[in-house]
Design a protein around this ligand. Sequence first.
Ligand code: ASP
Length: 444
Amino acid sequence: MDLQKINLTRYILISMFAGAVAGLTLSYFVEFATHPETGKPLLDGQNRPVLESSFAADYIINGLFQFLSEAFIRSLKALVVPLVFVSLVCGTAAMDDVRKLGTVGLKTLALYMGTTAIAISIAIVMALIIKPGVGVASPEVSAYVPGETKSLLNVLIDIFPSNIVTAFANGEMLQIIVGALALGIALVVSGERGKRVLDFFRNLNEVIMKLVILVMLMAPFGVFAKIAQVFAKEGFDTIFALAKYFILVIVVLLIHAAVVYPSMLKLFTGLSPIMLLKKLRNAQLFAFSTASSNATIPVTLRATEERLGASNKVSSFTVPLGATINMDGTAIMQGVATVFIAQLSGIDLSITQYLTVILAATMASIGTAGVPSAGLVMLTLVLGLVGLPPDKIGLIIGIDRLLDMVRTAVNITGDATITCIVAKSEGQLDEDIFNRPTEEEEIS
Ligand code: ASP
């Protein structure tokens, strides 16, 4: 099989559509399980609704589809840690001047945090104008079990690995980044021996990139199954009840992706935003179907390096970092959700409290990994800071998966846009590759 000639985007789009149709059809054959005494919907460990046992639920949705989607997402995830580590070691070792790391790091951090603050500010202003929470009757919800959040001090301490093997095993992205940066620098200053080890890493990097292509070929099946599962389980009645909230989050996400990022790219680099969006389509589809910027790292990295021309030196640092700390889409959901919950609870927040929300959501995004539903966990922290009831999150859980998918696509669009801006400013962006038209549909 010629890997070069497969039009993956088309296959993924077809399988998404087929998945949605299959899921919606199956949703007629399944029921949500409820608590025998309280009658409230039952939630699983990840706060997702549980299905009543039936053939469609047990053998198709939670059987065959679970297998196909998990096989795909797990394979993708399995590549993340080795790819980030090896790629970043190569990227760091290729810096002619290690001090440049500092400027690249600072620029990237400033842009990541700046765009997140812009994102959540737009979300709050729009929500204050549209008022999604006014007049919404609180539907019966089950108790939301908040996830654990870390203190800022622990977030900072946790950047440093005490055991690199544990960091790998737990996929601690910031620790892996620190480890790779250190090893990359050590390799450069180790002379001949360092060079030999570096050669090994460079070869390994090539091989892992080929593995990424192989896993991408699983996407049509995995995406079909995942989308079918989501559509079979998504409570569309709930979406209807919370339509204003749902649509508002989507609208702000689209504004951010279609106006804020493109304007920034144009302003800072003069490059074509349309080209960026076209070449990022595959990565966005992966992000959408997996709802995890982390699992999408291999595909984003491939897009920024091979399609958008941002060098490995810059991409290998900015992409994994972005997937971990830059979540503009998530911040948007949090902004709208905070206003929504405040309005619903009849609480008026002051300007200072909104500023607290902006600051808290921007900081909180640093400590949370890019995995499905991470944004809800962070939302507990944000709500708690301004005295809003975190259990109201139970209201929006039911419709969060679809929003999670869209916001994850926005999150990785932000990572790629900032990567191009930083790469261009460092003279590390190959404009011939960026502007090469044929790249957009082919794999490899
Ligand atoms: N799923 C998102 C991501 O991986 C995080 C979130 O908003 O829940 O980027």
